[in-house]
Design a protein around this ligand. Structure first.
Ligand code: 2BA
Length: 107
């Protein structure tokens, strides 16, 4: 068994949630925050049998869209105090971790 942790954009959360559920996967959604952009995202936790991992990854890949988000870099010693530069940072579609599960119980 594997545990999949998938971080996706909030805008894609409803469709990914719907698709995982209708494909029969159990999952938990956690409201999370990206450490770099400090904006909200969603972390899906899904426990699946090994042969289902690719199905989950396929759904997240299909419905998690790549996009850019604005990021304002504020000046310092390198750029000059008071200077701000707007960057468009590429984000997503999904950041996916697949972990081995040692034991799974529903009690
Ligand atoms: P954030 O940490 O807010 O990162 C958003 C996007 O900013 C990243 O997109 C990446 O393109 C860029 N970025 C992140 N750290 C950077 C840095 N130190 N310098 C320059 N650019 C940087 P994604 O890679 O698609 O990541 C989307 C979200 O997935 C991240 O939001 C974070 O919440 C999560 N994530 C990504 N990689 C992770 C990792 N190795 N461990 C845990 N969470 C991760």
């Amino acid at each position: 068994m594997k545990l999949i942790l998938a971080i996706v954009n909030n805008d894609d959360t409803p469709i990914i949630s719907e698709q995982l559920t209708s494909a029969g996967f159990n999952m938990t959604k956690i409201a999370s925050t990206g450490g770099f952009l400090m904006s909200g995202n969603t972390t899906f936790i899904t426990g699946v049998e090994d042969d289902k991992v690719d199905d989950v990854v396929d759904i997240i890949s299909k419905y998690g869209k790549k996009r850019t988000q604005p990021y304002v870099a504020r000046g310092g010693a390198m750029m000059g105090e008071g200077v701000s530069v707007l960057h468009n940072i590429p984000v997503g579609g999904g950041t996916i971790f697949v972990l081995n599960v040692e034991r799974f119980e529903r009690v």
